[in-house]
Design a protein around this ligand. Structure first.
Ligand code: MEV
Length: 418
């Protein structure tokens, strides 16, 4: 019997780990040699970033073009495995550009750290005492970041909530202005540091001390006008109808927001930022008042389509993995944002572009034609087509309206026989 119960796996060298995986998973020599190929991220460095490393993995990174945001042009690096996302963003940006491009804005980067306090004997009195001692708690928290304090940022406020049902507890929120950081580390340090003081004041027992990934005070907004002369009057109306569906139907809203995150996550992947926190943030914000779409559409006085998005975004331009991984650092350079608020505004614009492109396709000819054309390339490659064989297999599959592995294989065999 094979076992995955292996202690000290982390102590092995990368090669030894690979050997173990090879035996466990019956990898061939060829498969192992593929895993041994690494790109610009040296394996020694990868081994220091996460645990139990055996290889690095690549994703295609493309550039979305045509983006004009707040009267400035941007090239947007996007790393993603899904075809048509980069093309869709670029097309939407081209339409928006005709009416001046995107307007984007982000609030101050205020994040929330949470402290869970249990067994407080008199929670309502403790709440008042906490609020009375607020300044002292804030000053204590701010000793954890000299940088933020020197920028007049850092911890700013506390909020206290008491819950009775179904569990009795107090939750203290520490509100922190994290400036250009994502903020997780500094907030967690602050929360851990002030916890004993919270226990002293409340007489309770602190359990969790952790940031919240829902950043309702760190929001990015973007808007754009999509001209009816380009998309057609009919599409203006059908896109608004499509938005209304997401506004009343959670099943549609989930897919709608997934499309928005296709764009946001791809930029976060290219710049190696935490896209899981972005996902948690966006979806929990969408659910704050009953799950709904993050972008909205309306018709203006000229009959053009106005798209707007309101999305919480917690990204940093300092700290994090971005700086230590060369390609991520270069992706940031390509993007050329100067601070976290500008970055958040760009991400909001990309999310809106992605949503508009998806709704435009869905509410007109449907998504499948464009999707399948691009998908067919992947199918052609997965059956082994290389070089110009790929285009030939794709063309035949489209012509025969049969985009499948079986057909791709059949066409490839025929091409090779000739
Ligand atoms: C596919 O990855 C994303 C879409 O489903 C988004 C949407 O339906 O709005 C096309």
């Amino acid at each position: 019997m094979k076992t995955s119960d292996i202690s000290g796996f982390y102590k092995l060298s990368v090669d030894e780990r690979l050997q173990f995986v090879k035996e466990f998973s019956d990898l061939t020599e060829e498969e192992v040699s593929i895993l041994k190929k690494n790109g610009s991220l040296p394996i020694e460095k990868a081994d220091k970033i996460i645990e139990n490393v055996i290889t690095t993995i690549e994703l295609p990174m493309g550039i979305a073009v045509n983006f004009r945001i707040n009267d400035r042009d941007y090239l947007i690096p996007m790393a993603i495995e899904e075809p048509s996302v980069v093309a869709a963003a670029s097309n939407a940006a081209k339409v928006a550009r005709k009416k001046g491009g995107f307007k984007a804005f982000a609030t101050d980067p205020l994040m929330i750290g949470e402290i869970q306090v249990l067994d407080v004997p008199t929670p309502y009195r403790a709440k008042i005492e906490l609020l009375e001692e607020k300044q002292k708690i804030i000053e204590m928290a701010n000793t954890r970041s000299r940088t933020l304090s020197s920028m007049n940022a850092g911890a700013k406020d506390i909020e206290v909530e008491i819950f009775e049902n179904p569990y009795r507890m107090m939750i203290v929120h520490l509100i922190v202005d994290v400036r250009d950081a994502m903020g997780a580390n500094v907030i967690n340090s602050m929360c851990e540091y002030i916890a004993p003081e919270i226990e002293r004041i409340t007489g309770g027992r602190v359990n969790l001390r952790i940031l919240s990934n829902l950043t309702r005070n760190r929001i990015a907004y973007a808007s754009a006008v999509f001209s009816k002369d380009i998309i057609g009057e009919k599409a203006v109306n059908t896109i608004i109808d499509a938005y209304h569906m997401a506004a009343i139907d959670i099943y549609r809203a989930a897919t709608n927001n997934k499309g928005i995150m296709n764009g946001v996550d791809a930029v976060l992947m290219a710049t190696m930022n935490d896209w899981r926190s972005a996902e948690a943030n966006a979806h929990s914000y969408a659910a704050l008042y009953g799950y709904g779409p993050l972008a909205r559409y309306e018709k203006d006085e000229n009959g053009d389509l106005v798209g707007t998005i309101e999305i919480p975004i917690a990204v940093g331009t300092v700290g994090g993995t971005t700086r230590s991984i060369d390609k991520a650092r270069i992706a940031m350079k390509i993007l050329g944002v100067k601070d976290s608020r500008e970055f958040a505004g760009v991400l909001a614009a990309v999310g809106l572009a992605q949503n508009f492109a998806a709704l435009r396709a869905l509410a007109t000819e449907g998504i499948q034609r464009g999707h399948m054309e691009l998908h067919s390339r992947n199918i052609a490659m997965s059956v082994g087509a290389v070089g110009d064989e790929i285009d030939r297999v794709v063309a035949r599959m489209l012509e025969e309206k049969d985009i499948s592995m079986t057909n791709a294989k059949k066409i490839l065999d025929e091409i090779r026989k000739k």
